[in-house]
Design a protein around this ligand. Sequence first.
Ligand code: PLP
Length: 445
Amino acid sequence: MSDFALSSAALPDSLDAFWMPFTANRQFKADPRLFVAAKGMHYTTHDGRQVLDGTAGLWCVNAGHGREQIAAAVHQQMMTLDFGPTFQMGHPGPFIVAERLTEILPGDLNRVFFANSGSEAVDSALKIALAYHRVRGEGTRTRLIGRERSYHGVGFGGISVGGIPAVRKFFGSLLTGVDHLPHTLDLANSAFSQGQPERGANLADYLEQIVALHDASNIAAVIVEPVAGSTGVLVPPVGYLQKLRAICDKYGILLIFDEVITGFGRLGTGFAADYFGVIPDMITVAKGITNGTIPMGAVFVRQGIYDAFMQGPENAIELFHGYTYSGHPVACAAALATLDIYQQEGLFERAASLAGSWQDALHSLRGLPSVIDIRNLGLVAGIELEPIPGQPGVRAFDCFRRCYEQGLLIRVTGDIIVLSPPLIIEKQHIDQIVDRLTQVLKQIS
Ligand SMILES: Cc1ncc(COP(=O)(O)O)c(C=O)c1O
């Protein structure tokens, strides 16, 4: 057993040295919450309690925890080929995984560039977009369009096109030449929509204004999360993504879907592109590609984009971009075993079959104190709470802490509760989530 596993019965000697990401470090270290083990739908805490995982870790453990098939594949890979370079050399893993992915990718997206995280996947996609236009002789297309309230990771590209103020404001001028579409949340007209809101497709027309301002000849790409997750679950209005696609087509602008959370079954289809019937030019993924076990990200690219680079002398490197760990053999082994599980257990279909009862169960929380909106799609939900005046985020964090103490892991962002359970969830777990939330929402108000 590893040292980490052996230490599972107690807290580490000191919590000082680890600077925790996206965490209130002092608050956490004064009252820590540590997981030491996980199996199926549950985590085990350092004080020996079971906590129901309502968030698939961080939107990544789609096939549930402790999958032996993945562990065995990773172990075997490490003992066979622990590392192999993919710069001017190769090993079988990424070729096999990429080929396998093409079987489930939508449309003519059939080329795969590997990274190690969602952030890297996003920055890779943005760079591919810029370079694509340049290799085609349209090098003036450099502007990138994101959207308010979007989250695209923490690289400089991702935070530049991203739209969450706290993620951007500490880090200077960011990339130049970036515009943002308006976000699609409309509490006044669309609160408590079940699934996609009916109103709001016209918000995509704002792209026309950006084109009018800058001219299409200067615009490289639009990037959106099909369903915005980290900002608190913003479901696109009916027809919105179709409109974005049409406007991008009209002006030769690339459309990138950031599917780091919607990819691999979250909406009950392989990808959100399948769910909405809108095929983007690129898709970024991470998280669920390895069931969260080993870091891996990827960009899926339409063949035409890849082909545009395959010009010029054959001895020339076509894209000066990549990571030491692009297509890491161990990550590839994890990805392959994960894809097997998704297929063997029909987990995407399972998510689709549970989406209705998930929706009904979550919307039963309507009417509880402080709840001002409930949003859902597939196996995702957001529950927005009325903030305590002058104390944004405090009510939801209180809810988060109480849920944890009472055996349920949720995520909160501002005053929004976000749920995204593993796709292996059973009806009884959905009931437990709703019961626990009902209790806690009554306690905090
Ligand atoms: C839509 C989206 N893009 C990018 C990222 C960044 O992924 P990572 O944290 O793996 O860099 C996330 C993470 O939550 C995400 O939700």
